[in-house]
Ligand binder design. Structure first.
Ligand code: SF4
Ligand code: SF4
Ligand code: SF4
Length: 325
């Protein structure tokens, strides 16, 4: 067993971002770690850099001056300058060596994804937390889907709990229960997404069915409430994807039957990810969808349905109001 403990101390996870002073991803002020890799492909995903578990090159062509430095330095012929004087990138040939990142004078290149052990991740967030620990604060692990790197994630959370830090995760719950449970044992709270109650429609809009997710939400509701902890089920409302009455009635009935009556947090659609898709050479499938406001009549309708079918389930709208106990 000692050998296993040693292994996890040495193992690295790939992370694509850190966040500081966030108020939408757990109780109080949160320090965030975003793990790379996700088994879902939600059509509206605003974190496309989190989908692949591998590090990847990102290039902001809007800022490119066409100087050609990246063309000259790249050993693999990834870059060329087009007739318009801007760089074009063949992402399939890139080895993410990073040479062009250091060379680009406009700083429009970066390699998204760095490798860290659990201890390195803990040390980094612990520094941030020393600034916020006077009030309610803590760490939230997010992604991508952190459960793709569940063992390092669990070790980060274990270190946090050993240092009396409040811990939270944001997950799709599309993973084996054993992995989710390993992580959840070190969590004070957990946000779990529920994007559609119908499995066929869920697969159409996210690429995977929802049976495992529904089972894991039920298991998490029991597991966490038995330990005096809690989950928040998060429903992002996406125009033309899941904004139908039948879906909301199904979600309300599901919520009303969950152990411990966890909160439903509804997130009106916003997408700030379209440029991020371009920067890694991909296209956003739902580019141009209208953003939603909290005052949207669809949100009012969810309130009415919840009042009818799940009157005892706490309901919050918008990330900043979620999970505040
Ligand atoms: S990261 Fe390396 S391989 Fe990729 S474009 Fe830059 S120099 Fe070429
Ligand atoms: S080095 Fe930067 S600014 Fe110059 S061509 Fe390449 S991407 Fe554009
Ligand atoms: S689960 Fe989250 S990170 Fe994964 S594809 Fe969906 S929105 Fe993107």
């Amino acid at each position: 067993m000692q050998a296993q403990a040693g292994d996890i101390r040495d193992k690295q996870a790939v992370v694509f971002d850190f966040g500081r002073f966030r108020n939408t991803d757990g109780e109080g002020i949160r320090t965030m770690i975003f793990f790379k890799g996700c088994p879902l492909r939600c059509k509206w995903c605003s974190n496309p850099w989190g989908l692949s578990v591998q590090p990847q090159l990102a290039v902001n062509r809007d800022r490119c001056s066409g100087c050609g430095a990246c063309v000259r330095v790249c050993p693999h012929g990834v870059n060329a300058i087009d007739d318009g004087g801007k760089v074009v990138v063949d992402f399939s040939k890139c080895t993410t060596c990073g040479l062009c990142v250091q060379t680009c004078p406009e700083k429009c290149r970066q390699v998204s994804g760095t490798r860290h052990t659990a201890r390195e991740l803990f040390d980094r967030v612990y520094r941030d937390l020393t600034f916020t620990r006077r009030g309610k604060s803590g760490i939230t692990l997010s992604g991508g889907e952190l459960l793709m790197q569940w063992d390092v994630a669990a070790e980060v959370l274990r270190l946090c709990k050993a240092n009396y830090i409040d811990t939270c995760i944001e997950t799709s719950a599309f993973a084996p229960w054993d992995h989710l449970k390993e992580v959840a044992q070190y969590c004070d709270s957990a946000f779990i997404d529920l994007k559609h109650i119908d499995s066929v429609r869920h697969r159409e809009i996210t690429g995977v069915p929802n049976e495992l997710i529904l089972e894991n939400i039920e298991r998490m509701a029991s597991f966490m409430s038995e330990r005096g902890k809690y989950i928040i089920v998060r429903h992002p409302v996406i125009p033309d994807m899941n904004d139908d009455e039948e879906n909301w009635r199904g979600i309300a009935s599901f919520m009303a039957g969950l152990p411990g009556l966890p909160e439903l947090n509804v997130l009106p659609y916003h997408n700030l990810g379209e440029l991020k898709y371009e920067m890694i050479g991909e296209q956003c499938e739902v580019a141009g969808l209208d953003m939603m406001k909290k005052s949207d009549e669809r949100i009012d309708r969810i309130r009415e349905i919840m009042a009818e079918l799940a009157p005892n389930t706490p309901l919050t709208i918008g990330g900043e109001n979620a999970g505040q106990r």
